[in-house]
Design a protein around this ligand. Structure first.
Ligand code: CTP
Length: 416
């Protein structure tokens, strides 16, 4: 169950050409499990019909404060009260100005004034309008009152101009609404995550790798951003899209991944190692392509040193979370890794079980803390597992506060 499941999102559509994109936004919100109620300004109905949005949302669309039928079906006060969040997308310069000064002359602006819910504005307009000092001031005013402004994208605008002013991608608007409705319990944390497989070259065209898809690490990155953390992901080769708000550093080999992890370690307040880093690599990768030979090919493999104990030695107040992908003796092996690597928490999973481990969208995990406490969970989505792991980070942090700012050496350590 996602964050939006069962939540009521009131979508206000105002009259700009980007109004046609609200259809896609409604669809994404409904797919996320939200109850969507749409309200439109009169001008918005010139760009997209209420019938389209009514059909997609399966709810009546409000266009008129003074319509007897609409008021009896769902009046403006009920609309304002029922909302868990209100998002105005697209938000024209006009609706932004009205909201900034409290004008309530249609259904959208009236609901905005009547609500206690969280509000987001996704502006869309010509770049000169967007940069006009009045619009800049009005957006700053709305922000200062707690509204979220979802920045428009840059590129070709419908009016023929190039620049900032395109309505943010509907998927980004959904991500921002999810964040708005999530506890920001990781605010102030800088979470560094490793994810995916590594590839170790045999020759110029071949490599040794593993079955990791990166799904678990990417799910943690997405959830950590939603919960307020700054997030960097050091990714091995993975086809997955970078989650919105997350900084991605692409790597290929274990050596590359480990050096990027060490390089970004000083920035982090927590390191989550969800990557399946190779333990061995071909000792002498060939230049060019090895030709086939009837006798086959013998590869000499060398071990790759585990950097984790070295990082653990200089962790200070940082939290270290590791994974243990096992095929035998799950708990005993995981406990040994937790100790050996100096971790605060280990996420153990038996990769031989169906619905767990590599490539799939679900996982079956046991979480073991450095206090020895272990808890096993049933099969659940990797998104749900991500939230469980982050809940543990919040709990460990509550018991063990950050002594220092990220990047600064610990005072206590310096004294010791
Ligand atoms: N790990 C790492 N760097 C390595 C090897 C592993 O950061 N060179 C991290 C993984 O990201 C994971 C944890 O260590 O969080 C455990 O990885 P795993 O492969 O299960 O354990 P190994 O230490 O390789 O032990 P073994 O091969 O004996 O299972």
């Amino acid at each position: 169950m996602g964050v939006l499941s069962g939540k009521t999102i009131v979508l206000g559509v105002s009259g700009g050409i980007a109004a046609y994109k609200s259809a896609e936004l409604v669809r994404l919100l409904v797919n996320s499990g939200a109850i969507v109620r749409v309200m439109m300004t009169r001008n918005a109905t010139e760009f997209i019909t209420p019938l389209t949005l009514q059909t997609l949302s399966s709810n009546p669309v409000a266009t008129d404060t003074f319509s007897l039928t609409q008021e009896s079906e769902i009046g403006h006060i009920r609309l304002a009260d029922s909302a868990d969040a209100i998002v105005i997308a697209p938000a024209t310069a006009d609706v932004i100005a009205k909201a900034a000064v409290g004008i309530a002359d249609d259904i959208v602006t009236t609901v905005l004034l009547a609500t206690r819910a969280k509000v987001a504005f996704a502006p869309a307009m010509n770049v000169h309008m967007y940069e006009h000092p009045t619009v800049v001031e009005n957006l700053a005013k709305l922000r200062s009152r707690g509204a979220v402004v979802i920045d428009p994208g840059e590129g070709a605008l419908a009016c023929g101009y190039e620049g900032k002013g395109r309505l943010a991608d509907p998927a980004i608007i959904v991500a921002e609404i999810e964040k708005m409705l999530s506890a920001q319990d990781l605010a102030g944390e800088n979470i560094l995550i490793t994810a995916g497989p590594t590839q170790e070259p045999i020759d110029t065209v071949r490599f040794v790798s593993n079955r990791s898809s990166g799904k678990m690490g990417f799910a943690i990155a997405r959830a950590a951003w939603r919960r307020g953390a700054a997030v960097r992901i050091v990714a091995g080769p993975s086809a997955l899209a970078t989650p919105y708000g997350v900084e991605r550093i692409d790597t290929v080999t274990a050596a590359g991944m480990l050096s990027q992890t060490s390089g970004n370690f000083p920035w982090s307040t927590a390191l989550v190692m969800a990557a399946a880093v190779a333990d061995f690599r071909p000792a002498n990768p060939a230049r060019g392509k090895i030709k086939k030979d009837a006798r086959g090919l013998r590869l000499e493999m060398e071990s790759i040193a585990d950097e984790m104990p070295r990082l653990a030695a200089k962790k200070g107040a940082r939290l270290l979370i590791g994974f243990a992908a096992e095929t035998d003796d799950l708990e005993a092996n995981a406990r040994a890794k937790l100790k050996r690597k100096g971790l605060d928490l280990i996420v153990a999973n038996d990769v031989t079980r169906e619905g767990a481990g590599f490539e799939v969208d679900t996982n079956i995990v046991t979480l073991i803390g450095s206090d020895g406490r272990s808890q096993s969970y049933p099969q659940m989505s990797k998104d749900a597992v991500a939230d469980l792991i982050l809940d543990r980070i919040v709990a460990i942090r509550a018991a063990k506060p950050k002594a220092t700012r990220p990047g600064k050496p610990s005072r206590l350590r310096a004294v010791r």
